[in-house]
Design a protein around this ligand. Structure first.
Ligand SMILES: [Zn+2]
Length: 308
């Protein structure tokens, strides 16, 4: 008799990443299906179930061989109600009963969490944060995502809004307008879009964040100021998070983190400047290791810890 598997689904706006994993977090098999956003995303659950059964049968297995399923979804999750809200890019209404619908469709226990939180759990379990249960994850992509893991558990807050690091206010006056409706959020200055915005505020143009980093490397003073400001704002946010939850590791991922030392070296200096010295003693900043797999690995971790 073989050991039971975990199933993991990471639901995104364009594709759904799916995987089977061992209970140790090793990926046995992974694949993806397109996200059908038609009719307010009503077909997504059935699409997941159909693909799940097909792949399970291909391995000669049935649901008896699966312990549970973990799911990451793009919006604040209410783990007690099993609902997702604010998944606007998929079309689901607020309070969408994802856990109940999926449990009916695949006849297994299902545990849901926000996708950024799943990525944080993944990095904590098998990535750059492994070896500690106290990790803060910051993902610098089109926006800024985040997740805070304390003592091995994701911090969700009262309605799933904890860990929204991208919406920490770092520019309290005259900041750029954020998608969330506030002004001066971290996301408006530290995401790929934010870096381009900062460069524009210098009176210059760049098509994307990568180009701003290239200009900085070539000696462009405005681009260098932009990278420094981006690192400053990130450091300010991370320092204050570190003072609040005292993590062992801050894991920085996403496309912008590919800039590497050009961002991470100044970031370390600013984190040091804004972090309570005793919290800084135990803190290190790491580059994320799992890439696109972080979400399914974290979702599997969720399924494992909620089941046992
Ligand atoms: Zn915001």
């Amino acid at each position: 008799m073989s050991e039971k598997r975990l199933a993991a689904f990471d639901i995104g706006g364009t594709s759904i990443k799916m995987a089977f994993l061992t209970t140790e977090g090793d990926i046995i098999r992974k694949w993806s299906i397109p996200t059908d956003r038609s009719e307010a995303g009503v077909k997504i659950v059935q699409d997941i179930a159909r693909s799940f059964y097909k792949e399970l049968e291909a391995d000669g297995l049935t649901t008896v061989d699966v312990l549970a399923a973990g799911v990451g979804a793009p919006g604040p999750a209410d783990p007690e109600q099993g609902t997702i809200s604010g998944a606007v890019n998929i079309g689901w209404p607020n309070g969408y009963p994802l856990k109940k619908l999926l449990e009916e469709a695949i006849e297994l226990p299902v545990f849901i969490e926000n996708d950024a939180n799943c990525a944080a759990l993944g990095e904590m379990w098998r990535g750059a944060g492994s070896g500690t249960g106290d990790v803060v994850c910051v993902t610098l992509g089109t926006g800024v995502g985040g997740g805070v893991v304390s003592r091995g558990m994701i911090i969700t807050g009262v309605n799933g809004s904890a860990g929204e690091i991208g919406h920490i206010t770092v520019v309290p006056e005259n900041g750029f307008l954020c998608n969330c409706g506030k002004k001066g959020c971290l996301e408006t200055v530290a995401s790929a879009t934010g870096i381009v915005n900062l460069y524009k505020a210098e009176g210059k143009e760049a098509p994307d964040a990568r180009t701003v980093f290239e200009f900085a490397a070539a000696g462009d003073e405005a681009a260098k100021r932009v990278i420094d400001r981006c690192a400053f704002y990130l450091g300010l946010a991370i320092g204050n998070i570190a003072n609040t939850v005292n993590p062992a590791k801050v894991v920085v991922g996403g496309g912008v983190s590919e800039a590497g030392e050009a961002l991470l070296l100044p970031l370390e200096q600013y984190v040091k400047q804004f972090t309570f010295p005793r919290a800084m003693d135990v803190l290190s900043i790491e580059k994320a290791q799992l890439g696109n797999d972080a979400g399914v690995i974290g979702a599997a971790y969720l399924a494992k810890v909620m089941t046992v």
